[in-house]
Design a protein around this ligand. Structure first.
Ligand code: OGA
Ligand code: MN
Length: 297
């Protein structure tokens, strides 16, 4: 198994071991899990991907999320995002699938708005446009470590409110159904998440975060925007240009990502599996409700 760094801040390409082999031997898995904790973003190339392979690999890291109400794949492990209609034609730009794609083009971390936030996401691109459609990533751990210590001590215990409606409203006020509104109330999250395996903190930010407790709406939104801007400075971005057979896994505690646009006449189909965070992943640190049990920082 080889590990090759992708960006100064984070990310590594794993080669010499397939996705399935990575979770079927305890020795291999220990190394992959260590690489995940260290690099936050792991890329595999040339994998024979199927839903089964993707789910088996993903489950090695923890319990899988079920896709939420209102998304394609609801109630399964597979979030399917594509612009291909049932008759095989490309959907028009006002189709829900394209609105979802535009929302994914805001910097975010997956499932920060869910009752239990996500540890990691695994994404495979099944159909790739010839141009565009890249996915960009940044390390929010590196972003945290770039802040000076006075900013860090001011922000470490801040609490942000994450809501799916916050990010969707930036794209289309009518995007969410009543069932989605009912299933996805706003959630309180610490603005930082400490990784218990190495003690390193990251900013826990997303387009789903809209307010900061104890700040005016305007002040909180401005702080979130400024922190996202600083985290996503071009020098700190890794851009993934997809090739068939690529699979990427990222740590939602320590990264943000966004999709990039592509030509509206080109098909694109991606499938995501998402792993829920557990106590061993530092959940007590990020959920204010669990703070009495949290480890000392
Ligand atoms: C996702 C996501 C971006 C993309 O799958 O979680 O944000 O490039 N994807 O499609
Ligand atoms: Mn995403």
């Amino acid at each position: 198994m080889q590990i090759e760094r992708l960006h100064r801040d984070f990310g590594a390409e794993i080669s010499g071991i397939s996705l399935i082999d990575a979770v079927s031997s305890a020795d291999a898995f220990t190394k992959v899990r260590e690489a995940f904790e260290e690099y936050s973003l792991l890329v595999w190339r040339d994998q024979p991907v199927s839903d089964d392979i993707q789910a088996t690999f993903s489950r090695g890291f923890g319990p899988l999320e079920l896709v939420k109400v209102g998304s394609v794949g609801h109630g399964t492990f597979y979030s399917r995002m594509n612009n291909i209609g049932t008759d095989g034609s490309i959907v028009p730009s006002d189709d829900k699938a394209m609105i979802v794609a535009r929302a994914n083009q805001l910097w975010h971390t997956d499932s920060s708005f869910k009752r239990i936030p996500a540890l990691a996401s695994v994404l495979s691109a099944r159909v790739i446009p010839t141009q565009g459609g890249e996915t960009e990533f940044t390390s929010t751990r590196a972003a945290w470590e770039r802040l000076d210590t006075s900013e860090q001590s001011r922000l470490r215990d801040a609490i942000a409110i994450h809501s799916y409606a916050t990010s969707r409203n930036k794209i289309d006020q009518n995007m969410m159904s009543p069932a989605e509104h009912a299933a996805l109330p706003p959630m309180r999250r610490r603005l930082t998440w400490r990784n218990p395996t190495n003690g390193r903190c990251s900013l826990y930010l997303a387009s789903h975060a809209g307010a900061i407790e104890g700040m005016s709406a305007q002040e909180g939104a401005a702080l979130i925007e400024r922190l996202i801007e600083r985290a996503t400075d071009p020098a700190h971005i890794y851009t993934h240009s997809w090739r068939p057979g690529d699979v990427i896994m990222w740590d939602n505690r320590a990264t943000m990502h966004r999709g990039r646009p592509w030509g509206g006449d080109q098909p694109r189909s991606i499938v995501r599996t998402t792993i829920s965070a557990s106590r061993q992943d530092g959940l007590d640190d990020v959920l204010p409700e669990l703070w009495p049990q949290r480890a000392a920082a």
